[in-house]
Design a protein around this ligand. Structure first.
Ligand code: NDP
Ligand code: ZN
Length: 359
């Protein structure tokens, strides 16, 4: 086992692709990561998925971003060094890293492995976030050649896994798996999926695997055949004249829309899980009066998923061969991918091949 003496540990040089402002294009960026601590792993990044959250963040659509920003929270790679206290990984193992790299570990939420809701406010998100545990330095994400994280936040990936398909599971996978579990979806459940991109397609695949009857809501029929091939039974381009009533609808929509259009499609006591996060100034509001008349239907939000559940999702995905539809690109193509994702020209998930990107 390769270990590093943490007392004399040096900062780790890294290279990546960053934006230097909300209207800027991606550029190569040289930086350094904090030294390998006793409980840390150093991961050589092989693949990084592009999530629509990367676009919202890079363009400061939720809040003013921290620049330079290296996005990327769908990371798959190989462990190349481990701190002296690491037990979960050894050099050569594959690891996945998602939206978080650390949290307090002591509060009720962390103890329940809901680290994304750390009650001490110490969740360190993978990028666009200050690292409380390392002098509040900005943390840089996965569009880079290597990353250092606490072993607790590394997800174990078996050696035979297709890494370019594993990367998007670390966000798109867990963010859709989690509400399906929370709403106890199973055989015979009726599940609607609104927004059929990276997250929506994973929601369809998981719901089908769990035995649900699935309907997809998109704004045109370009992906109808893909939805049916994934096992969806219905495909709608409008919320009008929909005969089915749903137990759960997961909204992954990243643009403004009327939330009540989907609430109305739920059966009595049905649930709308909102995961899509449109730009803050355009975020949909709920008509509370309409909700009062809406037959005890529930609306809730869902944020990624905890580390324990992320490992469960990964194991479930691999066991059942549930993988995202991916298009592998080079880092030089990130701007084009962002453009395609915001103009309806994208498929499901772009994944950057970091090794071939020439960093
Ligand atoms: P994608 O861009 O891959 O997919 C979004 C899909 O939504 C596209 O297919 C798009 O269609 C469709 N869409 C856009 N507007 C509408 C609309 N008004 N009605 C129906 N469909 C629409 O994005 P992702 O799947 O990566 O992310 C989706 C959202 O989820 C983002 O806002 C992202 O930030 C958020 N997210 C939230 C997380 C959480 O923890 N809650 C975690 C990860 C992501 P078209 O092709 O026509 O544009
Ligand atoms: Zn994401």
């Amino acid at each position: 086992m390769q270990t590093q003496n943490t007392q004399n540990a040096q900062r780790i040089p890294a290279k990546g692709y960053a934006v230097f402002g909300k209207d800027k294009k991606f550029e190569p960026f040289t930086f350094s990561r904090h030294p390998l601590g006793a409980q840390d792993i150093l991961v050589e990044i092989l693949y990084a998925g592009i999530c629509h959250s990367d676009i919202h963040s890079a363009r400061s659509e939720w809040h003013e971003g921290i620049y330079p920003m290296v996005p990327g929270h769908e990371i798959a790679g190989r462990v190349v060094a481990v701190g002296e206290g690491v037990e979960k990984f050894k050099v050569g193992d594959y690891a996945g890293i998602g939206c978080m790299v650390n949290s307090c570990g002591e509060c009720a939420a962390c103890k329940k492995s809901q680290e994304q809701f750390c009650e001490n406010g110490k969740t360190v998100f993978t990028y666009d976030c200050l690292d409380y545990f390392h002098d509040n330095e900005p943390h840089y994400g996965g569009y880079s050649d290597k990353i250092v994280v606490s072993e607790k936040f590394g997800i174990c990936v078996p050696k035979n896994a297709p890494l370019e398909k594993v990367a998007p599971l670390l966000c798109a996978g867990i963010t859709t798996y989690s509400p399906l579990k929370f709403s106890q979806i199973g055989k015979g459940s009726k599940v609607g999926v609104a927004g059929f991109g990276g997250l929506g397609s994973m929601a369809v695949k998981y719901a089908v695997q769990m035995g649900a009857e699935v309907g997809v809501f998109a704004r045109n029929d370009k992906k109808k055949q893909a939805a049916l091939a994934m096992g969806a039974k219905y495909f709608y381009t409008s919320t009008k004249n929909v005969a089915q009533k749903y137990d759960l609808i997961i909204s992954t929509i990243p643009t403004p829309y009327d939330v009540m259009d989907y609430v109305k499609l739920l059966g009595y006591g049905g649930e709308l899980a909102i995961v899509g996060l449109p730009p803050a100034v355009l975020a949909p509001k709920i008509d509370t009066s309409a909700l009062v008349w809406a037959a005890n239907r529930r609306v809730y939000g869902s944020l990624i998923g905890g580390i324990k559940e992320t490992q469960e999702m990964l194991d479930f995905s691999l066991k059942n061969h549930i993988y995202p539809e991916t298009e592998v690109i080079l880092a030089s193509e990130i701007d084009r991918a962002y453009e395609n994702l915001t103009t309806g020209k994208a498929g499901f998930r772009y994944v950057i091949d970091m090794k071939r990107s020439g960093l």
